[in-house]
Design a protein around this ligand. Sequence first.
Ligand SMILES: Nc1nc2c(ncn2[C@@H]2O[C@H](COP(=O)(O)OP(=O)(O)OP(=O)(O)O)[C@@H](O)[C@H]2O)c(=O)[nH]1
Length: 394
Amino acid sequence: MSTELTLIIVIAAVVLLGAVVGIAALLRGKKTKPGTYTTTRDADDPAPTGPAPAGTDDGVTTEDERAAADAEASVGPASSAVLETPAPAAGRLARLRARLVKSNNALGKGLLALLSQDKIDDDVWDEIEETLLLADLGAEATSELVDRLRERVTVEGLRDAGAVRSMLREELTLLIDPTVDRSVASERREDRPAVVMVVGVNGVGKTTTIGKMARVFVAEDKDVLLGAADTFRAAAAEQLATWGSRVGVPTVRSFEDGADPASVAYEAVKSGIEGEVDVVMVDTAGRLQNKVGLMDELGKIKRVIEKQAQVDEVLLVLDATTGQNGLNQAKVFSEAVNVTGIVLTKLDGTAKGGIVVAIQRQLGVPVKLVGLGEGADDLAPFEVNDFVDALLDG
Ligand SMILES: Nc1nc2c(ncn2[C@@H]2O[C@H](COP(=O)(O)OP(=O)(O)OP(=O)(O)O)[C@@H](O)[C@H]2O)c(=O)[nH]1
């Protein structure tokens, strides 16, 4: 073979290889613009930044527009030297069951013992009722459950311990309602990320919950972005950014004292749209000078976000140990923003697991997630069957 022919073959081979690599790259597609991160999980990804957005003329108040235009949020640290690998979310409630069992022995064991007695007279029914009320089930659900159990005991007669257990399991399951959709919006809709706002009074565990949820989404291989719109408490943004950086999730925050929370929320969602992430989670303040101010602020944050994307989920975080007080808070919040789900935290620290039932029934909003400890992965999707099992099998 002549040298020229060999040269031609080599050149042709190089051109062919280049074409194949080029086509492969095109086929793989590009999710984000150059300069923005392609996944939140690469430690060396540059964080997205962008100019402050301008207000729009779609009928939202001037104040809201100014909030959007004044945004000066910036992205906090997105990388950490060693990224943690969060535990998968599936089956977490079952895995964390011991935490519930420990705190809810009184409810499950108490009911089983009472219902397994040879003779269930009025005094026993009173005790059953008291046990349920003490577990924070609420008056309405308690009387409904007692009526149902009385009817069944009368019709079906007294049974052995196994039968009593399965009767209780059936009735508690019905009460908590296994048919309710408890999924949390975390899928992109057309060209927008899912937007999740997290609200609740201070100290209930909002920031911690967002951090834990970010880990759940990362475990599901989703791109996540956090927005630190709790500008009331200076350390809150730092706390949120730290949670994010542990799993390579960036946080949009403002370094300005007392920055407008709506601006930060706007910037976060804008970055999320530009970076084509799957889900943006916005943390909010739980404390302001007064209740009216807080509620106004939450409404404003939501309206400002909605200039660019629908708010798919408003999660209200409630501390399970606060009982009835938590319910009163919930009512106030649901007047300000349309709450779509409850995260019940600190369920590991209370024997009052019945609050799950009371909250759902009184608010008409499902419990979607439960916090079962301070650990990074101590948050579980709420599963009715696992929850009832934990109550009864302690
Ligand atoms: N035992 C237990 N502790 C929890 C749980 N969730 C949160 N906590 C703790 O509750 C405390 C308050 O949590 P934060 O996330 O700071 O609360 P926050 O609602 O963001 O508070 P503000 O930013 O002041 O509004 C922290 O010490 C958390 O570790 C849980 O499920 N179980």
